[in-house]
Write a protein that binds this ligand. Structure first.
Ligand SMILES: [Mn+2]
Length: 433
């Protein structure tokens, strides 16, 4: 017998991948963990007859000759299959996984590629083999894709995820059904937790990211906390939200993170705390640690994360060309044209006193204004940035103050300049190596 299974607390990507496994390996028995995510549970409650799924208790493991593992590659995340782990000699193991980290399941055959959703890898294969799909299967697969990629808005989303979605729609997937299936399981308990989260917000700016922490004591079991955390992030409009929930299990805190900022990798932070996840979403269970300490740990991890990445000093141009405050506007025009730049810092006695750009010529009314000094037209509202700051912080300053260039200042000295286009090139990943 061959079985297909996925990780505990199975989400739509995991469940879709199990069903895709039965398409790719005809005759394989779909096995779901006892613990599945509430949305998938309600889906199954309606569609049980269409998908002949079993739990691990309903399977005679001694008869299993082939194990197909999907959307996971770690033994400890499988439910009740320890017996199979020991049977390396007479068991065939096949793995399909899209998570970036390396797992511990030794497979005879593996497809492991980083992708927004695991179902994308399996859709590729079904397409290659021209497997016929029913509209219900296509809809289920598309639901998994939407869920795991945050409807293609999580940073891990790949072009192939979107192409897989297009293919599934051609195969009859119904987006209205997808939308209704993904409607969050949101009840009274979740509303109360959300209310508590909003009240207890502690907002911090860490390396230019707006991050909010919410330490909540929960009475009894509340499901779908990740949905609540996601909604909290959207309402507060911060880059990342961390919910630190205590009270559900003695001595343990559940940490749930959600981010939509490129560069603030929740999965990496959660892995450092012993959990896991994707760049945009993740969680960890932390034992016997005070919630305040967890908050400090996360803060340090975000700081550490950032130091390793790109800093302003990597983007800035230098040496910096400057212009004297006494130079005339016509001198300025000449320099801007010759050097083909759009603006310059203005200095007086070696000190930064302003910034002037091509846009300031709009203020020039009469021709004699061209003889006036730069000082008369420059912007004196100077914003600068330090070399150790992040591109995100530069972008924030530029947007907030509507400026296109930031002198980079260290010990009161201009050491470089970073422009809007430098920052844009970075965000679109187009910097020269
Ligand atoms: Mn997945």
């Amino acid at each position: 017998m061959r079985i297909v299974t996925s990780h505990k607390n199975t989400d739509f990507d995991g469940f879709a991948s199990i069903i895709a496994g039965t398409v790719l390996y005809p005759g394989a028995v779909p096995v779901i963990p006892r613990n599945i995510n509430p949305n998938v549970r309600s889906f199954l409650a309606i569609h049980k007859d269409l998908f002949d799924v079993r739990t691990v208790d309903e399977i005679d493991l001694d008869k299993v000759r082939s194990l197909v593992v999907v959307d996971v590659n770690q033994w400890h995340r499988l439910d009740g299959l320890r017996k199979l782990k020991a049977r390396v000699d007479d068991l065939e193991v096949i793995v399909w996984d899209h998570h970036p980290d390396k797992g511990d399941i030794n497979a005879n055959w593996i497809r492991h590629e980083t992708m927004g959703a695991n179902i994308t890898l399996m859709v590729r294969q079904m397409r290659l083999e021209s497997k016929p799909l029913t509209p219900i299967q296509a809809t289920l697969f598309l639901t998994g894709l939407h869920e795991d990629t945050g409807s293609f808005m999580f940073p891990a989303t790949c072009p192939e995820d979107v192409m897989a979605a297009a293919y599934l729609m051609e195969m009859g997937a119904d987006v209205n059904v997808v939308a209704s299936l993904l409607r969050p399981a949101y009840g009274e308990k979740q509303k109360n937790v959300l209310f508590e989260m909003l009240k207890s917000e502690e907002r911090e700016s860490i390396n230019g990211y707006k991050v909010s922490f919410h330490k909540i004591d929960i009475d009894g079991h509340v499901g779908s906390l990740s949905v609540v955390a996601q909604m909290c992030r959207e309402i507060l409009n911060v880059d990342a939200v961390f919910g630190i929930f205590t009270g559900q299990r003695k001595g343990k805190s559940i940490v749930i993170g959600r981010s939509n900022a490129d560069g603030l990798n929740i999965g990496a932070i959660m892995r450092s705390l012993g959990g896991g996840g994707h760049p945009g979403a993740g969680s960890a269970m932390v034992d016997f640690v005070n919630p305040d300490t967890i908050q400090e740990m996360i803060t340090e991890l975000i700081q550490g994360n950032q130091q390793a990445s790109v800093q302003i000093s990597d983007l800035m141009s230098f040496p910096v060309m400057t212009i004297s405050a006494d130079a005339s506007m016509s001198d300025l025009r000449k320099i801007l044209t010759e050097k083909s730049c759009t603006g310059l810092p203005v200095v007086e006695d070696g000190r930064l006193v302003g910034v002037i750009s091509r846009r300031d010529f709009r203020k020039v009314r009469k021709s004699k204004d061209m003889k006036a000094p730069v000082r008369a037209f420059m912007s004196k509202d100077i914003r600068t940035i330090e070399p150790g700051k992040s591109p995100m912080q530069a972008a924030r300053l530029m947007v907030k103050h509507d400026i296109g260039r930031l002198p980079v200042v260290e010990n009161d000295e201009i050491i470089g300049i970073v422009t809007r286009s430098d920052v844009m090139l970075y965000f679109y990943d187009m910097l020269p190596d």
